[in-house]
Ligand binder design. Sequence first.
Ligand code: TMP
Length: 211
Amino acid sequence: MSMKGKFIVIDGGEGSGKTTILKWFAETPFGKKFLITHEPGGTKFADKIRALALSEEATRAPAETQFGLMWAARAEHLKNKIIPALAKGVNVISDRFDSSTFAYQIYGQEAKHLEELFWQTREVFLRDRKPDIYIFLDVEPEIGIKRISQNRKKAKPLDHFEKRSLDFHQRVREGYVEFFKTVPHITIDAHRSLKEVQLEVSALVRKYIRS
Ligand code: TMP
């Protein structure tokens, strides 16, 4: 019997609540058994790539640049953090993963010409380390954006992706819907209260780990 841990991704547009939910989950007795990580970033080096990709200077960077940065950070994150944990039998949850590149770069930044390269890169970079399941926290961009602009305030300024137009975020949502047609996933309605979504995510993860 293999010891391999399960690899779960939680993804969704801005204001879907995933980061808050994972912060809560990480503190629960059940959650403490997981390696909870995030993208872009997750290792010291990948965090440097994150800082570059989300910097003011990157505001006008074309989709090709962001695509390259995101996959570079992902390769680093996967090799040095995710794979070693899975190999030890630890279950991993990542806040965002390749689903975000598909949604933000190919759909949000309107670079459909990168789609074929996306699937090729995914195959070459991830090989047998593709996520076992994606949990998609689906929220209407109008509602998600309202949430982040109300909650964030001064603590953490919005990055250049978060500040983009509603159209951009609508395309991002379309991108998620397209991506999830191809991979194993569960969609959660994230319009409900944080508490309800939180409990559903936790129950789903529990059920999935047991199966
Ligand atoms: P975060 O706010 O969830 O930490 O994510 C940072 C931003 O990076 C978010 O606006 C989405 C964006 N992003 C991409 O554009 N492509 C990617 O591949 C990833 C992982 C994130």
